[in-house]
Design a protein around this ligand. Structure first.
Ligand code: NAP
Length: 212
């Protein structure tokens, strides 16, 4: 498959590119900063410039691919405005590009518990932005899967997860999130599911099959 990833220089995305390449896929890495092109290329994705905040229509950058992954985010330290323009509007612009280009498959990296407001005001805007993006995707008519990880860590991958519609809070290494997203892209039968994701006891493929 040809797969385009928005937020391709992000920490999860950079772990995802080599997995997708070793699974035989071609990867388009949508990045906003041209200075990241070499790193993204070395990780296995073909870099294409795409800033989802300065462009209204990103369909040309997205191109003709078989599947999309939303791995972007305004990130820690950003204000409420950018939670809205990246985490919500950016995800919706990627849905619009999917529809315009006839791309059916869309995998979202969401976040756990975004319908349960907590933290400071900016964090609550982030939660609302992620929640609205997920809702827009569920209602998009696309072949979507939404993965909602708990707190992300940079630990080595454990290869053992918990996956389900409503899990207890927890954490998970970014490397395991990347492995789950890669597995899901190879399982079209996961379309229409939204799952929380934390570290747990099950092998990734087993956990996904059990959640179906
Ligand atoms: N942190 C947590 O504990 C947690 C928990 C659950 C879910 N999540 C979600 O998981 C997502 C991915 O995590 P991560 O650690 O891989 O994130 P990350 O390293 O912050 O990556 C986000 C990527 O989005 C890109 N981006 C920002 N603005 C953009 C724009 N206008 N146009 C295009 N790309 C843009 C960034 O580009 P630059 O490289 O140019 O900055 C960055 O590469 C997060 O964004 C968050 O929503 C996080």
């Amino acid at each position: 498959m040809k797969i385009a990833i928005l937020g391709a220089h992000g920490q999860i995305a950079m772990l995802l590119h080599p997995i997708l390449r070793s699974n035989g896929h071609e990867v388009i890495g949508l990045i906003r900063n041209p200075e990241h092109a070499d790193e993204v290329q070395s990780a296995g994705a073909r870099p294409v410039i795409c800033d989802v905040e300065t462009q209204d229509d990103i369909s040309e950058a997205v191109g003709k691919v078989d599947a999309l992954v939303f791995a972007a985010g305004a990130g820690p330290g950003s204000g409420a405005d950018r939670k809205w323009t990246v985490d919500r509007d950016g995800a919706i612009k990627l849905m619009d590009a999917a529809k315009k280009n006839g791309i059916r498959r869309y995998v979202m990296i969401g976040a756990m518990k975004v319908e349960e407001p907590r933290g400071n005001e900016v964090f609550q805007v982030y939660q609302k932005a992620k929640s609205e993006a997920d809702k827009a995707l569920r209602e998009s008519g696309l072949d979507w899967t939404i993965i909602r990880p708990g707190r992300l860590t940079d630990d080595l991958p454990k290869g053992r997860i918990a996956l389900g519609p409503d899990l207890e809070s927890g954490e998970i290494p970014r490397a395991d999130v990347a492995a789950v997203v890669a597995e899901i892209l190879d399982m079209p039968e996961t379309a229409g599911y939204q799952w929380d994701l934390t570290s747990g006891d099950s092998q990734i493929d087993v956990a996904i099959r059990q959640a179906l």
